[in-house]
Design a protein around this ligand. Structure first.
Ligand code: MG
Length: 408
């Protein structure tokens, strides 16, 4: 295949972790959907994994309950105004750190760092874990999408590695283990199609927030669920796949698969397609990222083949769901364009959830914001500040666009 800018396709190479068992784990975003499911996975094998750090933005009650159950050494709270309350409710042996720096600091203290933070805020956690040479179990796709040029550099730190905790990328990671990177023809990312699959633009003009949040196959947080309804989630995942595996955009395709059982596929140059199948259950990708290159001893999402009757595949409706192609456009533009795409989308989704923007307005805001993107000096020397600036500028522009839109 044509070599990508990052060189040959990055097939995962099994290695060994230092330090032996138990593997220490830090969970940033421990009170969210990925965080609570990670603790569920760890609970199945308490002798194999030791949770040494937990962090959340502001859910003090759940964070306290988790700390009392898992006895970490340190607990981080993103909202520093809650640090005193948190400290007063924890045993004195547990250290409390606060603020964005506090959350980033716990991303350096374990063998495996789970980044389950929602949105762009996860960037500092991703960078801290990689700079410290840790394994990053990455559920926060926004950080590798928006921060691509910086993350790519920091990933070269000795010991640093990213194991994706996104069902599609976990699937691709597994499928790539069956061949050589040079023999990869293309990646096929599957998409459920979301709650609005089969509907046309005129039917989607007035959909309610609750309808967008009713995902047919996956139970996830509100932001990613809205992203699934627009297909922006798949678009972001195309960029994520490009960044993670170094595959060019022309060799990444999206296939709608409503059952969400085939989690993604890799096609090799001889025509063979290798797929990973399981019932939709995020605990499988979480366990994979913890146990890699081995396998978690507990099955999650195992298929009952006597009950499984049909697997359907169809092409995505790119006209009704323009966010998919907007993501390809941003990805191909490269440099900081994906940061703009991500920021505009976060602003638009927030406005939609708050009732300030109609559902079709999400794509309109993203498109109008991306229209204003001007290519900068070049991707080679990007700094974290460049990414933060791009994010802030794009957010400001997206907010301006939101204000020009009718709610419906
Ligand atoms: Mg996914």
């Amino acid at each position: 295949m044509t070599p990508s800018p990052g060189g040959r396709v990055a097939t995962p190479s099994p290695g060994t972790r230092d330090g032996g068992f138990p593997v220490t784990i830090s969970i940033v975003g421990s009170t969210g959907s990925i965080g609570t499911q990670t603790l569920d996975v760890v609970s199945q094998d308490p002798s194999g994994y030791d949770v040494v750090a937990l962090g959340a933005q502001r859910s003090v009650d759940l964070l306290v309950a988790q700390a009392l159950a898992f006895h970490p050494d340190v607990v981080a709270i993103g909202d520093a105004s809650l640090a005193a309350e948190l400290t007063s409710r924890l045993p004195s042996g547990i250290e409390v750190v606060a603020g964005t720096d506090g959350l980033a600091s716990i991303a350096t203290v374990a063998d495996v760092v789970v980044n389950g933070v929602v949105g762009f805020a996860g960037l500092t956690v991703t960078l801290a874990a990689l700079e410290a040479g840790r394994r990053l179990a990455l559920a926060n796709k926004e950080s590798i999408i928006a921060g691509g040029p910086v993350v790519a550099r920091v990933r070269q730190t000795p010991g640093a590695e990213i194991i994706p905790v996104d069902s599609e990328h976990c699937a691709v990671h597994q499928c790539l283990r069956s061949g050589h990177g040079d023999d990869v023809a293309r990646l096929l990312l599957t998409a459920s199609g979301g709650p609005f699959r089969g509907r046309k633009a005129d039917e989607l003009a007035t959909v309610e927030v609750a309808e967008a949040l009713a995902h047919p196959t996956w139970t996830m947080g509100p932001k990613i669920t809205v992203d699934s309804s627009t297909l922006m989630n798949k678009g972001l995942e195309v960029i994520e796949a490009h960044e993670l595996f170094g595959v060019p955009y022309d060799a990444i395709d999206v296939v709608v698969h409503p059952q969400s059982i085939v989690h993604s596929m890799v096609e090799f140059v001889d025509g063979a397609v290798v797929a990973q199948l399981s019932m939709p259950d995020m605990r499988l990708p979480i366990g994979y990222a913890l146990a890699y290159p081995g396998r978690l001893g507990t099955p999650f999402g195992a298929i009952d083949w006597s009950a499984l009757s049909v697997l359907e595949f169809e092409a995505p409706d790119r006209a009704t769901f323009p966010c998919l192609d907007l993501a390809y456009l941003a990805g191909r533009t490269g440099d900081l364009a994906p940061a703009w795409l991500n920021a505009a989308n976060e602003v638009a989704v927030e406005a939609f959830l708050a009732g300030r923007l109609a559902w079709p307005g999400i794509a309109e805001v993203v498109e109008a914001t991306l229209d204003r993107y001007e290519a900068g000096a070049g991707a080679g020397g990007r700094t974290v500040d460049d990414v933060l600036d791009a994010d802030a500028t794009a957010r400001r522009m997206a907010e301006e666009v939101v204000r020009t839109k009718d709610v419906r």
